[in-house]
Design a protein around this ligand. Structure first.
Ligand code: ZN
Ligand code: ZN
Length: 556
């Protein structure tokens, strides 16, 4: 009897982010992507990761990691996982397309993590990885060199779509290879399909990336005599190519701005994925010598990210660019769910400075990298899988993809709904749930140290309500205060009213402690509790606030 194959989903099934799954047979594990989720309203949290605990316990069985493409939700967790593995004396070879590996290398170096073996994959490469014979097929997406993976397993072929769309006219002519999928379906079949659900709830098909170029060109023509600033994703090499083409055609100098934009375009140019001639490029420091009407700036920050170039321009804090009424700012992206408010604020800030705005709500200056319903159905038709698990999406996206599969005639029993933390088993019988692994959101700060829920809760409480610190020094023998309590606070009351409020806290604490001290109470814990209670009473009764209270009592 053929060995069973286990799949474990650590993240990405129930959210857009932290995609990470393990495929395992006979105790040997191959990891498929290792992404992060961007933290949303989490003070001091730099990344949200999958829980790697289960993997770390099995470090000896971990053979390799395959990265499907260069987006953060697929590679952003690698520095953290590799650092944890290194602490256990383990490492992890990484397979991916050269561009993806270049991004991984940059990311690991920036994080100070030693770079493991990076094994480049060409389109249509076939090679064994761990216990599986793998084949890699090109897919079109919003970053170059995306790869679909076919795993030949003891239980038949498992096809993982990666993030993909069906674009008949991609900028690099590299189309999603459904022909090869069809060939495999006819020859041996596809046992299990795992496919991108991001746009399963959107009907029809996505528009081609190559429709963006002419629209950009029109924007350039209509804004002759004005400086053009374009916000885009730094990993969207084909978008940057089209911006560069429009700039070149209209005789503008191109300034690539922002560290990630510079890093990624340099890598893409080195690999021949981006064609921009040196003569039309200038650096941000050279901007002051350029005629604004003959300049195009391409930069990051189209999602309203606080530290990115566009936001600094909006706030008038950018070192090299002062936005004014001679500028046209193009948002060549769509707000990611959760970023809408930040993007709207940025629109307003730039408009206030006099800039003319162009965004995807008015003109076709953006298209998605994820296939919509008709494209997903085309993949299902090509693969014609026995079994299907929707992956990569918020829960509603997974449900929409599930329904889509049923609509093309797959029976209920052939579609398995999974979510983060699920472990499933593929056997001769089919695919079934077998258990769970921890699926909690692991939050880490910039240095990679974990941030607990309790710590985050403290930060949130302090950021919303401030804190009050009270220090009480008791002379043990005589049972009286050595000096009046010392009070400090931040974020609780207006700074110019602070002193008065602190005086009231002092009075309240002295009164609350007088009796117990006279009665001989020297218990630090108890005196601390009384101090906290007295302070809290005054604070909430008189100001109606709930700042974090920090009482410190010492007896000497
Ligand atoms: Zn992606
Ligand atoms: Zn993704």
């Amino acid at each position: 009897m053929a060995a069973s194959v286990h799949l474990t989903f650590f993240g990405g099934l129930g959210e857009i982010g932290r995609n990470c799954a393990a495929l395992e047979t006979q105790g040997r594990i191959v990891l498929l992507d290792c992404g992060q989720l961007f933290p949303d309203d989490m003070p001091g949290v730099d990344a949200v990761l999958p829980d790697f605990g289960w993997l770390l316990e099995r470090a000896d069985h971990l053979e390799a990691c395959i990265v499907t493409h260069a987006h953060e939700d697929h590679i952003g967790g690698l520095p953290y996982l590799l650092r944890s593995l290194a602490e256990r004396g383990a490492t992890l070879p990484i397979y991916g397309a050269p561009f993806t590996l270049g991004m991984v290398r940059g990311k690991l170096k920036a994080a100070g993590v030693s770079v493991p073996d990076l094994i480049p994959l060409d389109d249509h490469a076939r090679l064994p990885i761990g216990p599986f014979d793998c084949e890699f097929l090109p897919v079109t997406h919003s970053t170059p060199s995306g790869l679909m993976t076919v795993f030949d397993t003891p239980q038949g072929r498992i096809l993982h779509s990666s993030d993909f769309k069906l674009d008949p006219t991609p900028i690099d002519s590299r189309v999603t290879d459904l022909d090869r999928v069809r060939e495999m379906a006819a020859d041996g079949g596809i046992r299990l399909l795992l496919a991108d659900s991001t746009n399963a709830g959107s009907s029809g098909s996505s528009t081609s990336e190559s429709t963006i170029g002419p629209v950009l060109r029109q924007v350039f023509d209509e804004n002759e005599g004005r400086r053009i600033i374009i916000g885009a994703f730094s990993s969207h090499v084909h978008r940057i190519q089209q911006v560069a083409d429009a700039a070149e055609a209209t005789g503008r100098t191109l300034v690539i701005m922002g560290p990630s934009m510079v890093r990624n375009t340099t890598l893409a140019r080195e690999l021949g994925l981006l064609r921009i001639s040196d003569r039309m490029l200038a650096t941000d420091a050279e901007l002051e010598d350029l005629d604004p009407a003959q300049t195009c700036i391409v930069c990051t920050g189209s999602q309203g990210e606080p530290r990115a170039a566009l936001n600094l321009m909006g706030q008038g804090r950018h070192r090299f660019v002062t936005v004014g009424d001679g500028d046209t700012v193009v948002f060549s992206s769509h707000p990611i769910p959760g970023n809408e408010a930040a993007v709207a604020r940025l629109h307003n800030a730039l408009a206030r400075r006099g800039a003319r705005l162009v965004h995807s709500g008015q003109l076709g200056v953006h298209t998605t990298g994820h296939g919509k319903a008709d494209e997903l159905l085309a993949l299902h038709d090509a693969a014609d899988p026995d079994l299907f698990i929707p992956v990569h999406g918020e829960y509603a996206h997974l449900v929409a993809h599930h329904d889509l599969a049923l609509s093309r005639g797959m029976g209920e029993g052939r579609v398995l709904r999974c979510t983060d933390g699920d472990r499933v088993k593929l056997t001769g019988e089919g695919v079934t749930h077998t258990g769970r692994v921890p699926d909690g959101h692991v939050m880490v700060d910039e240095s990679g140290r974990p941030v607990s829920d309790a710590l985050l809760e403290e930060r949130r409480a302090m950021s919303g309500e401030g804190f009050v610190f009270v220090r009480v020094l008791v002379e043990g023998r005589k049972g009286r205060l050595v000096e009046p309590p010392v009070v400090e606070s931040r974020g609780w009351v207006e700074p110019d009213e602070r002193e008065d409020w602190h005086g009231q806290v002092v009075a309240e604490v002295i009164e609350a402690l007088a009796g117990p001290l006279a009665e001989g109470n020297r218990d630090l814990h108890e005196l601390g509790r009384l101090t906290r209670r007295a302070t809290g009473r005054l604070v909430s009764r008189r100001t109606g606030r709930k700042p974090t209270l920090v009482p410190v009592v010492e007896v000497r």
